[in-house]
Design a protein around this ligand. Structure first.
Ligand code: GTR
Length: 388
């Protein structure tokens, strides 16, 4: 069985080592094309003619914040979707977290001005502010950050039977993207749209995401290098965990589920997330010409935090550690501060370096404490101080 070491990010498919940063740029393109063909489907193209329209503004969080609701409108490929932006009321520009939410923009903050759209009802309606603890907008605003979010279902409905028309709308001559690629594209469009807002520092936008949205965040950062940093939490298979899983983590347990999610499981349950070729590799992951450490390498040398829970074995914290180790040489090669770290950190600790690994006690969720830890780590600090 082949291992991650057989897929050296710094050796091209022609077998030649990458000698310098210019050659890395070519290699990066090669890796992107491989991921598009075998894992995510084609990038719909850099969003062009992006603007924020139908902008409404109001005060929030007892006057400490401004709330902006708007539509991101893209000329090519044509798309329109809502965006919610909450910024500190103090004059900006502020560093900003941008991420996709699972259940509707109205769920991240309890505020009557946020529109509740029909599409939010697909998986059972969630109420205003129901997910405020997993967004901690108040904590981020108090710490000097803006927070922007897009509901994933406003871009592609997250259901195998409903996603087709949304994905067709973003198709290229090379085919249609999987939903993860389409969501990543929307994040890129939202980032471009935010640059028109004086409250947001366009050079300090960190893309953030949990689980499937963490996978999309890593793809967004890999295809759009204007993201200053990425925080991917419990992103698992198709994210920061390898497709080539250690065999012992793939043995089905009494409930038929292996310890960590395999390519076979994920492509059966969520075929709309990926290119069809990925499912074709389900029983032959060692024949995939790319693996997920190479996805991490596409974000180098920008700050990248992989966040994990000790009990969230389905998202594969151990495999995520292996991917980090296999991607770290690219960060070093490109001049990032990337010390050798041999041991997985203790729960509660984050490793040093530009490509960092955090482990906290607990399972598959996002908490206010997680946000606090990400803000402590964050490279894009209010006022622009560099990472400690
Ligand atoms: C699970 C899926 C994971 C992860 C998770 C989530 O059901 O197996 O890959 O994406 O959903 O998004 O919460």
């Amino acid at each position: 069985m082949s291992s991650l070491a057989d897929l050296d990010p710094l050796t091209g498919t022609d077998g030649r080592p990458v000698p310098d940063a210019t050659a890395w740029d070519r290699r990066r393109h090669e890796l992107r094309r491989l991921f598009e063909a075998h894992v995510y489907g084609p990038w719909p193209g850099d969003p062009r003619g992006v603007e924020l329209v139908s902008v409404t503004e109001t005060s929030a969080l007892d006057g400490t914040a401004r709330l902006v609701e708007a539509q991101v409108r893209v000329d090519s490929p044509a798309a329109t979707f809502p965006l919610l932006l909450v910024t500190p009321a103090a004059p900006g520009p502020h560093p900003c977290f941008l991420g996709l939410n699972f259940h509707g923009n109205h769920t991240v903050l309890d505020h009557p001005a946020v529109t509740v759209h029909d599409r939010y009802a697909v998986d059972g309606a969630a109420g205003r502010g129901d997910h405020r603890d997993s967004w901690d907008v108040a904590g981020s605003v108090a710490a000097g950050y803006a927070v922007a979010t897009v509901f994933c279902g406003d871009v592609v409905q997250d259901h195998p039977d409903l996603a087709g028309p949304d994905l067709d709308a973003l198709a290229t001559p090379a085919g249609r993207p999987g939903a993860l690629m389409a969501w990543a594209w929307a994040l890129s469009a939202a980032r471009a749209a935010l640059s028109s807002r004086p409250e947001v520092d366009p050079s300090a936008v960190t893309v953030v995401g949990h689980s499937r949205m963490g996978k999309a965040a890593l793809v967004a950062s890999g295809w759009d290098d204007r993201f200053a940093a990425v925080v991917a939490t419990q992103s698992g298979t198709g994210g920061a965990s390898p497709s080539r899983k250690a065999p012992e983590r793939c043995v089905p347990g009494p409930d038929g589920r292996p310890e960590a999610e395999t390519v076979k499981m994920i492509t059966r349950r969520f075929p709309h997330w990926f290119a069809p070729a990925f499912a074709g590799h389900a029983d032959r992951t060692d024949e995939l010409p790319v693996d997920q450490h190479q996805l991490l390498a596409l974000s180098a040398p920008r700050p990248t935090l992989l966040w994990n829970g000790t009990e969230d074995l389905w998202a594969d914290p151990a495999g995520t550690w292996d991917c980090l180790q296999a991607a770290a040489p690219v960060f070093r090669f490109l001049g990032a501060d990337q010390p050798e770290v041999v041991d997985v950190p203790e729960p509660g600790q984050t490793t040093p370096g530009t490509l960092a690994y955090g482990l906290r006690p607990g399972g598959h969720s996002v908490t206010r404490e997680d946000w606090a830890a990400w803000r402590r780590w964050c490279a894009c600090r209010p006022g622009g101080e560099p990472q400690a």
